[in-house]
Design a protein around this ligand. Structure first.
Ligand SMILES: *Cc1c(COP(=O)(O)O)cnc(C)c1O
Ligand code: SF4
Length: 346
């Protein structure tokens, strides 16, 4: 199995020719992520013509690309589907009708710090304001995370809310990326959740096992493997090229720990807006033991309109996929409409 980021941690490893490459800890990889658009362009040998746009986009929403993800991007190819997800561009400064700061109106649904209760039976907790990667199309690019990143003490009022509503069966850890938080914090939170008798399921919405596969380490598998709650992890992968051997290994470890793996994607212009790409993604996901769950149409967030694929085209794409792939490899095409009791099928 190939480790894509063979960063030797100790000098001893460098000189020991027989030693397998040692991946740096996920925390190190997280803090060493590329956050300068100039460096991103330089590392990928991109034409300097991209720079002014990259800097303009970066000023609105910071660049963030970990090395392990960078390694999957083809150099000198501005059309690379992974690059498009992370390279800031001039189009982000454009305003487009209907593209707003809080497209999901989530600020209206936060009864307690860090808690969003919009759908029956399940709540979403913002377990970490940080992300390992900044995806340019992200609907949270303007979310006021500073107001929504509770400490363990502040979680108490949220836990009270959960204890007091026995219609809630499932808690979804989201973010940001919940796995950007430390295992100590996550284990403590999950321990408290598991003490609430009516809770059955723990769901984790995360991109970290894809972006930095080393995140799926023994500490994570420890608390995740031990909790009495049933575990579901919804990964976020938009293109088959994101799934390398390290990601496949991370998925395998999660499944061995009893975690059900699903994937959600966003339909993105220039990334995955053709049927062959969607089919390859579904096939590659299944090979990694992951079932496609949702294909989201883009949330109309300001600065992301260049990723938009129209509804009719989206429907045609999924119909074409249905004609080529088994039903279980066809994700549900959905849109999130504020005020609706669920994600709305298109
Ligand atoms: C998407 C979402 C959920 C989960 O919806 P499912 O259809 O169960 O996947 C729950 N709460 C919020 C606020 C959401 O945005
Ligand atoms: S919340 Fe998800 S989509 Fe948004 S920037 Fe973070 S990882 Fe990317």
């Amino acid at each position: 199995m190939i480790t894509r980021t063979p960063i030797a941690v100790h000098d001893a490893d460098v000189h020991d020719v027989d030693a397998a490459p040692v991946a740096a800890s996920w925390q190190r990889q997280l803090s060493a992520a590329i956050t300068d658009p100039l460096e991103l362009c330089r590392r990928l040998d991109l034409d300097p013509g991209w720079l002014p746009g990259a800097e303009a986009g970066h000023a609105l929403f910071a660049t963030r690309v970990p090395e392990a993800y960078l390694a999957r991007i083809r150099p000198r190819d501005p059309g690379d589907p992974l690059l498009r997800q992370v390279l800031p561009v001039a189009s982000e400064t454009e305003t487009a009708t209907g593209f707003v700061d809080d497209p999901l109106a989530e600020r209206d649904h936060t009864p307690k710090p860090g808690l969003i209760h919009k759908y029956a039976g399940r709540v979403l907790l913002i377990a970490s304001p940080a992300c390992a990667i900044n995806c340019r199309y992200c609907f949270r690019r303007h979310f006021p995370y500073d107001d929504n990143a509770p400490s363990m003490r502040e979680w108490e009022t949220t836990l009270d809310y959960l204890r007091g509503d026995d219609s809630i069966r499932e808690v979804i850890l989201s973010g940001g990326d919940p796995l950007a938080s430390s295992d100590r914090r996550l284990a403590a939170l999950v321990e408290r959740l598991s003490e609430i008798p009516h809770l059955k399921r723990l769901r984790i919405h995360t991109r970290l096992p894809v972006v930095i596969p080393a995140r799926v380490d023994d500490a994570l598998l420890g608390w995740l493997g031990e909790t009495r709650l049933q575990r579901v992890m919804v990964l976020h992968i938009n293109h088959a090229q994101e799934i390398d051997d390290a990601v496949i290994g991370a998925c395998q470890r999660l499944r061995d720990a009893g975690v059900t793996l699903l994937n959600q994607s966003v339909l993105l212009r220039g990334v995955n807006d053709d049927v062959a790409t969607l089919e390859a993604l579904s096939e590659q996901l299944f090979d990694a033991g992951v079932l496609p769950y949702y294909l989201h149409v883009l949330d109309p967030v300001r600065g992301a309109s260049h990723f938009d694929v129209g509804d009719d085209e989206a429907r045609d794409l999924v119909a074409a996929l249905r004609a080529r792939a088994p039903g279980f490899l066809v994700p549900r095409l959905v849109r999130e409409i504020p005020g609706e009791p669920n994600k709305t099928p298109l």
